[in-house]
Write a protein that binds this ligand. Structure first.
Ligand code: ATP
Ligand code: MG
Length: 200
């Protein structure tokens, strides 16, 4: 039985928070690989200016290239319209053999919003959810039961170290001329500089 992790995100830009989370999920849930899926038009960010999918895809490829069990998929970018997790997971279900277990990896912040996602019940039927908690961010079992009900056993939490890193903060840092080194891979920083991303 294969176990595939799906790491969805805007990745604007991808950073060590994403990479450490994916690697930890790989280890904790004994995954065969983790597929990063940059979104085309995040439904919850329709009102925001987002860097072009091509740039975000490139940065994600560069950031994951040195890890043999990381992959990047362009399914969401290639599909017109907003990116819904339920459509992406359905694509994976179709593309991989039936006995493949799918693990959708998110941050703990995203998991609690999940019930607001499109067809979240269908989603919970198709895959497990693994949610990274940042240290100090604790979600009580009672809260999980309250939010996920009968699907609570499909939701797993795991802790990732030291990750107060966010793309929002990185973009603000670039804009303000503050350092971003050590928050994301050097090669992504080089790409950002070359493409003139995030600077005013
Ligand atoms: P933004 O600040 O623009 O929202 P972000 O840093 O939250 O960006 P996203 O692309 O929105 O990055 O996140 C993709 C996924 O990675 C989400 O599931 C999110 O919860 C998770 N994630 C983001 N940052 C971290 C982090 N530092 N540690 C663990 N998970 C994270
Ligand atoms: Mg986010």
């Amino acid at each position: 039985m294969r176990r595939i992790g799906i790491m969805g995100g805007t990745f604007d830009p991808v950073h060590y928070g994403h990479l450490v989370t994916a690697e930890e999920a790989y280890h904790r849930f004994r995954l065969d690989k983790v597929v990063f899926v940059p979104s085309a038009h995040p439904p919850h960010k329709l009102d925001k200016v987002i860097t072009s999918p091509a740039h975000r895809y490139m940065m994600t490829v560069l950031a994951t290239m040195s890890n043999p069990h990381f992959e990047v998929s362009s399914v969401e970018i290639d599909r017109p319209g907003p990116s819904y997790a339920v459509d992406t997971v359905a694509t994976f279900r179709k593309d991989y053999p039936n006995n493949t277990a799918l693990y959708f990896i998110t941050g703990a912040d995203a998991i609690l919003e999940m019930l607001g996602w499109k067809d979240s019940t269908t989603l919970l039927r198709m895959c497990d959810f693994v949610a990274a908690t940042r240290p100090g961010y604790f979600i009580a079992d009672s809260k999980i039961a309250e939010v996920f009900g009968e699907h609570a056993s499909r939701v797993h939490f795991f802790e990732v170290p030291a990750l107060a890193i966010s793309s929002t903060d990185i973009r603000a840092r670039v804009r303000e001329g503050r350092p971003v080194r050590y928050l994301l891979p050097d090669i992504v920083i080089s790409y950002m500089e070359r493409a003139g991303l995030y600077a005013v």
